[in-house]
Design a protein. Structure first.
Length: 114
């Protein structure tokens, strides 16, 4: 018996959410907004298994991506918002790794260095 394969969402799946709201938007604008919505949902999913240190950053990404994806912003503002939120997500991941290492050290475990 084969388990169903999991396919992560793609930004194209969010086009139908964005297009009715921004009827005159260019393809680039629709893509940026859809990518922000994907980032929002990715952050929400990551929040379910993150530690408290990473959770705060992911929650901020979740809220801001959802809010700004559907606000009347310029292409440049959308690009910059996406860039910054991607950096925040990357930092949340780094914080998760560091916090796990710290907690492992405190609990008497060993890290990859021995």
């Amino acid at each position: 018996m084969n388990a169903p394969s999991f396919k992560p969402p793609r930004w194209q799946e969010y086009r139908s959410t964005v297009q009715p709201i921004f009827r005159r938007a260019t393809n680039e604008e629709i893509e940026l907004r859809a990518r922000l919505l994907l980032l929002r949902d990715t952050a929400l999913n990551a929040m379910t298994y993150s530690n408290e240190e990473a959770y705060g950053l992911l929650h901020a990404v979740y809220e801001m991506a959802g809010r700004y994806a559907l606000l009347d912003l310029t292409i440049e503002q959308l690009r910059e918002m996406r860039r910054i939120l991607i950096m925040a997500t990357t930092n949340a991941s780094a914080m998760q790794v560091l916090a796990n290492d710290i907690h492992n050290t405190w609990s008497g475990g060993t890290n990859a260095g021995g």
